[in-house]
Design a protein around this ligand. Structure first.
Ligand SMILES: [Zn+2]
Length: 67
């Protein structure tokens, strides 16, 4: 099970997802200023760490996929 961190600096928010979450786009390499950056992370420990280290003010875990 991999994780995906979504960082959207335009709205100061970082959200951690599981890689199968319906909110995660098929092509996670796509990003821009408004949709933000989707970053694939292979293990849980690093995913949680990446969320902690995010410069975004709001650090959330997805309510849908509960990573
Ligand atoms: Zn999710």
């Amino acid at each position: 099970m991999a994780y995906v961190l979504h960082t959207a600096m335009a709205i100061d928010k970082a959200v951690l997802h599981r890689d199968r979450c319906i909110e995660v786009p098929e092509n996670v390499s796509y990003h821009d200023h408004w949709t933000g950056v989707w970053q694939e992370i292979p293990d849980k420990e690093r995913a949680y760490e990446a969320l902690e280290l995010s410069p975004a003010k709001y650090k959330l875990k997805c309510q849908l996929c509960k990573p």
